[in-house]
Design a protein around this ligand. Structure first.
Ligand code: HEC
Ligand code: HEC
Length: 142
């Protein structure tokens, strides 16, 4: 008898945990958009994809000390742990990857150790892409 009771207790306990009570209706969730009932009047097509030059063709510089433009896509990740730009541009890798090695101005020793100040490459180097969008005017040098 005692065994039977224990068994019954276990069965009830398990049934209690099994989520069988979920048949109780849950209250509907009313999510209200910040825009209220405003409908979207126009949907624009996605912007044209940027077209980057082929790798291997550096873009002519316009003035001395200009950080050269990146002649390829520039979404290679630069994170705290890894700078993927260096997998092609680091000393010792650049020649094999047919890329220009980072210049002496970017390193702190004779082994090509990158100066921490130059870690965020895209802070100075930007990619050049031909886009189909209207070009923004520029009065540099005028
Ligand atoms: C897969 C290899 C590869 C990776 C990764 C890579 N590059 Fe390049 N990069 C090249 C090649 C090849 C060229 C063209 C040859 C040259 O001018 O160095 C080039 C050219 C450049 C140039 C032009 C150099 C010049 O003298 O005009 C810059 C600047 C540059 N890359 C910056 C970057 C930056 C910043 C990153 C990371 C966001 C990066 N690259 C990632 C291969 C790479
Ligand atoms: C603080 C700005 C700055 C940062 C950050 C920076 N660069 Fe530069 N970079 C320059 C300037 C300015 C030049 C051109 C003058 C020179 O060679 O020092 C240059 C030149 C280069 C060149 C051409 C070298 C040559 O011999 O013609 C390459 C390649 C390059 N940088 C890659 C990189 C990569 C890769 C990173 C990130 C690891 C990086 N740079 C970070 C400013 C920067």
């Amino acid at each position: 008898m005692k065994k039977l009771l224990t068994l019954a207790a276990i069965v009830f306990a398990v049934a209690g945990c099994s989520g069988q009570n979920s048949s109780e209706a849950t209250a509907p969730v009313n999510v209200k958009s910040l825009a209220g009932d405003t409908t979207v009047p126009v949907t624009l097509p996605a912007a044209e994809m940027a077209q980057y030059p082929q790798k291997g063709h550096a873009i002519a510089r316009n003035y001395a000390q200009q950080p050269p433009l990146i002649p390829h896509k520039a979404d290679y990740p630069i994170t705290l742990k890894r700078n993927t730009c260096l997998s092609c541009h680091a000393w010792g890798k650049a020649e094999r990857m047919h890329a220009t090695a980072i210049p002496k101005s970017h390193v702190i020793d004779d082994n090509g150790t990158l100066n921490g100040r130059n870690y965020s490459c895209n802070q100075c180097h930007v990619p050049q892409a031909s886009n189909k969008q209207a070009i923004v005017g520029n009065g540099f040098g005028e």
